[in-house]
Design a protein around this ligand. Structure first.
Ligand code: NAD
Length: 363
């Protein structure tokens, strides 16, 4: 059974999803036509340039330009330049091709110009399904929610993810799991979110071992991307808690890599919250077929060769106290209250890669 339908609200956002192998090169003109767009600016990161160029070519004379300057966490000067380019080429829409960084740049243009965005994701980060934008200025990452940045159309093409290295496949997949996990115990969760989160966790945790064994398994790629869609939808529909707060602080203030940080932190954040989130744990146990969910996630990361310590991601032991202070500095939604001391203990356990649940569940 899903979460009990007693008291909830749920918005159905008007996002169209096209999911099929090969869609990255066939769907964009159709989506542009549906949205009535004739001058699209295609944006990507430099590493994704060849794919973005192929997407631009597929648009024919509907393509107004290609801009390949996306960077992690959307530095403000990169966003400002991209908005200028969109205005210079008189774009009437944007196509973002790539991971969360490329989609983040597309959102930054949409935020300033109101232009509609088509997203073609190549990772499992889930940004394409949310109204959340981010921008980094003077080393501080600012985020906000605005419906104008939510992509109007999302094209999921599993073939685009074939080139994701196994390491990034695993960490990006666990990044997606984190959205589903926190959506299950979010204050604004709902029965539909519960169904999507549970199936997202089930599909992703089954796909990742297959992809670690054979990254070119297109069926497993489809399963993982389907799971990313579900988990991203959960992220867009709910308010995230302790886990996302920890990762925001560790990425934003200490420069830790995004998907890897999610991978290391998730088992510890869940171990802390588990006693206060019984319904979420029931769904996760069903999805994973195991009783000890934090341990199962920790074990999965280890088995698939993903990082399991904050130390190996470059966080110094001397930074743990400052990070704990920042995490508890401002209130946010979480099923279980957190003190600075508890967060510090959690971070120590994650820093050393101790088995989760041993230190982090002590109240
Ligand atoms: P990313 O977009 O930075 O990509 C990581 C690396 O993978 C890059 O070097 C990229 O070139 C490469 N890459 C991407 N797709 C590839 C592919 N198919 N094959 C080979 N290489 C590929 O990383 P990400 O994890 O997708 O996104 C992280 C960013 O997105 C962060 O800034 C994060 O804050 C943001 N984000 C935002 C939201 C939101 O709702 N606003 C949600 C999730 C993530």
């Amino acid at each position: 059974m899903s979460l009990s339908p007693t008291d909830f609200s749920y918005d159905s956002p008007p996002v169209r999803v096209v999911f099929r192998p090969g869609a990255a090169l066939t769907a964009p003109p159709e989506e542009a036509e549906r949205l009535g767009l004739r001058r699209l600016l295609v944006v990507s990161g430099s590493r994704g340039e060849s794919t973005a160029r192929a997407v631009a070519d597929s648009l024919g004379d509907r393509c107004a330009g290609l801009h390949t300057d996306a960077r992690m966490h959307v530095p403000v000067e990169i966003a400002v330049r991209a908005v200028e380019v969109a205005r210079e080429v008189r774009a009437d829409g944007i196509v973002a091709v790539g991971g969360g960084s490329s989609i983040g740049l597309g959102k930054a243009i949409a935020l300033d110009t109101g232009l509609p965005l088509i997203a073609i994701p190549s990772t499992y980060s889930g940004s394409e399904m949310t109204p959340v934008w981010g921008r980094t200025e003077d080393g501080v990452k600012h985020t906000g929610r605005d419906p104008v940045v939510r992509p109007r159309s999302v094209v999921y093409d599993p073939r685009l993810t074939l080139s994701l290295p196994v390491a990034l496949t695993v960490t990006s997949g666990i990044n997606a799991l984190a959205h589903a996990v926190e959506a299950l115990y979010a204050p604004d969760t709902s029965p539909l979110v519960g169904l999507m989160a549970e199936d997202g966790v089930r599909a992703m945790t089954r796909a990742l071992p297959r992809l670690a064994a054979d990254p070119e398994d297109i069926d497993a790629r489809s399963q993982a991307l389907y799971a990313a869609w579900l988990c991203g939808t959960c992220l867009g529909a709910t308010t995230m808690g302790l886990h996302h707060k920890l990762c925001h602080v560790l990425g934003g203030s200490f420069g830790l890599p995004h998907a890897e940080t999610h991978t290391v932190v998730l088992p510890y954040a869940l171990a802390h919250n588990a006693p206060a989130a019984p319904q979420a744990l029931t769904a996760l146990r069903r999805a994973l077929g195991t009783q000890d969910v934090p341990h199962a996630l920790w074990e999965l990361a280890g088995r698939l060769g993903a990082p399991r310590t904050l130390a190996e991601l470059g966080l110094g032991e001397q930074d743990l106290a400052a990070a704990a202070e920042q995490v508890t500095g401002r209130p946010y939604a979480n099923p279980r209250p957190v003190t600075t001391q508890e967060v510090l203990e959690l971070l120590r356990a994650a820093h050393q890669g101790r088995e989760p649940g041993t230190a982090a569940t002590v109240s």
